[in-house]
Design a protein around this ligand. Sequence first.
Ligand code: CP3
Length: 341
Amino acid sequence: MYQNDLFLRAARGESVERPPVWLMRQAGRILPQYRALRASLSGFKELVSTPDLAAEVTVQPVDELGVDAAIIFSDILVIPEALGLDYTMVEKVGPRFPRTIQSAADIDALNPPEEAPGHLGYVFDALDATKKRLDNRVPLIGFAGAPWTIFAYMVEGGGSKTFSKARRMLYKEPALSHRLLERIAIATAAYLKEKTRHGADLIQVFDSWAGVLPPDHYREFSLRYIDLICRELGDVPVTVFAKDARHALPDIGKLPCQVVQLDWIADPQQARTQVPGKVLQGNMDPAQLYAPTGQIADGTRAMLDRFGRGHIANLGHGVYPDTPLDGVKAFVNAVQDYRYA
Ligand code: CP3
């Protein structure tokens, strides 16, 4: 079906000759062609909401880096927007929500979650346009934020070191919190299913703020909704990334997902014992890509040796926008030159 289906074969746990490789945030400022296109636009949201441009930047890293998978150019924050909570992307600051969720009335004023896909036609159009441009070269990854991470932005109103307002709501208003999380989960599951109908071959769920919750709250307010999404997706392979929540790895190992993404603090061998029978993805320190290229190649091979088979090579978080392109290429090439013993 694909000229290069290594990524999907590895994700399904099949035996492969070398690990596939892609990078979180591969479509972005690391590429000169992205920076050139972005400079001609009003902002990030214009790029996200214009299907043909989103498709163009999705394919850029496939052309420039030769990665084994594309990830659709979009953002996790399209879900709050589809629910009726608009955001702005402030240059060098990040997302800002002028209105936030504080009460039952705020939740009731949101759009019905089942209708979320109806507001996201531009994403499905971007997937269609991307499939055409990819012309069956490599598989396409779809993604969404985990309900907890989306909840955190909707309650907090933007990024935060502690997300204390979002965490406060879990303690003071647990029933209300579940009501909002459930709505987000229903919207997200419907959205992701529609993405798979438009050609997404695998879905990655980003729980970027998993690390701010204590273990019991993580289970109650995050894992159960990720579980719901995995079950709704049925046979479609899913990758779960709970950043900074290594305590949760044994529970994540029990989710009906195929792949578990690790952050760069996680130890690959320890993760193997905690998550038996699943494919692991990751987990080079993104800061290592600033090193001299020879050192990057050595570090990449050392990482691949530590993971062994059942691995998809990636970083432990998104590539930093100012990473030298030569460093990124040294990483990708070192993986592609590698062969399992
Ligand atoms: O290449 C890819 O990985 C696909 C594109 C992608 C983007 N955002 C594009 C983007 C993906 C997978 C995301 C997910 C996302 N968005 C996450 C989860 C992953 C993670 O990093 O933990 C989160 C938390 C967000 C929310 C978000 N979007 C923030 C906090 C910011 C601002 C900070 C920043 O990195 O600049 C964004 C903006 C954003 N999303 C950019 C890109 C390329 C930069 C905007 C620009 O180019 O001007």
